[in-house]
Design a protein around this ligand. Structure first.
Ligand code: X2X
Length: 327
């Protein structure tokens, strides 16, 4: 063998070894390790291991972005984090269009939600995220966000007046201001102690995905199922990493993500369905508003809807509304 052949043989062997070697990817999410988000990530890891031999190391509570839940997407976009599982509202500093999902009272029910994530509306958001360096693999669910607090039952917009409310993101600040509450943006990982110590009176989150698994009922007395805002989550991978895979790997990763998010969505919905009874058992006072009462919340939050619809862009809002009402 001459020198050239030796070199070529060694290179091929190195590439073969590198290809056969299993990779470990780092996945960031911003809830605790008891939530349906975390369970969905674990399911993804399991399925990916079976399909490709690679595995996923899961980092809860936004640890990879120094505890900042709004930074995970941007870091994934520039390849500093491999994978991200987060909700739409956390991505709005990077892609304001993602606020569309959570516009107050956009969705009537789960069918309307599924029509958009599976339809042209979902595709449009996936294109936008790709423009920020994130390949969306599949949509999962945080859910319809319900309001809890320690001061009084919330039965009408007036009841929100003066309440100190922890919120996750900018759109919810506007919504809370319209309702006369005092909103404060805070990391989710810091919210439980803040509620416990009375730094804030209340918060809003989905029942099945977050409120029950993170035991919010231990530090909150009242919950109102006002369904004011829907929040999807998505499982995404940095475009850089995505592009490094061959088509076969891309297909396997996508299939694992879709199955894992389907599972995550189902356990979130199941947990929500059985959740009201559970929260009552835990001593919470549950208020389920009538259609008329919901309409009052809807009217009161309309200015925030209009403001954010303008930021999202009329074409996107119309696309979502068309698919959400076609079911
Ligand atoms: O921070 C929250 O409230 C949470 C966990 O629901 C989101 O990530 C938006």
């Amino acid at each position: 063998m001459n020198k050239m052949t030796l070199f070529a043989t060694a290179t091929v062997a190195t590439i073969a070894a590198a290809t056969a070697q299993a990779d470990t990817y780092r996945l960031s999410h911003n809830t605790g390790d008891t939530t349906t988000w975390h369970k969905g990530a674990e399911k993804f890891n399991e399925l990916l291991q079976e399909a490709t031999g690679d595995d996923v190391r899961i980092f809860p509570n936004a640890q990879l972005s120094g505890g900042d839940q709004m930074k995970q997407a941007e870091m994934t976009g520039r390849g500093a984090i491999d994978m991200v599982l987060t909700s739409a509202i956390n991505v709005t500093p990077l892609a304001p269009e993602m606020a569309v999902f959570s516009l107050p009272y956009l969705y009537a029910d789960y069918d309307a939600v599924d029509a958009t994530t599976a339809g042209a509306a979902g595709d449009r958001m996936e294109e936008i995220m790709a423009g920020h360096g994130i390949k969306v693999l599949a949509w999962g669910e945080n859910g319809f966000r319900e309001v809890t607090n320690n001061v009084r039952p919330i039965t009408s917009p007036e009841d929100m007046k003066g309440l100190k409310m922890r919120v996750a993101g900018p759109m919810y600040i506007d919504v809370m201001n319209e309702l006369g509450a005092n909103p404060q943006q805070m990391q989710w990982s810091e919210t439980f102690p803040a509620l416990q110590q009375g730094v804030v009176d209340g918060q809003e989150n989905p029942i099945g995905a977050v409120i029950i698994p993170q035991r919010v009922y231990e530090v909150q007395k009242y919950i109102t199922t006002w369904h004011y805002s829907y929040d999807p989550i998505f499982l995404g991978v940095s475009e850089e990493l995505w592009e490094s895979w061959d088509e076969d790997t891309q297909a396997k990763v996508t299939a694992a993500a879709e199955e894992a998010m389907e599972y995550q969505k189902q356990i979130s919905r199941d947990g929500t369905a059985s959740g009201i009874a559970y929260l009552k058992e835990q001593g919470m006072e549950v208020y389920e508003p009538s259609a008329e009462e919901l309409a009052a919340f809807r009217d009161a939050t309309q200015p925030a809807f209009d403001k954010w619809a303008a930021q999202v862009g009329a074409d996107i809002v119309e696309l979502f509304q068309a698919e959400a009402t076609a079911t």
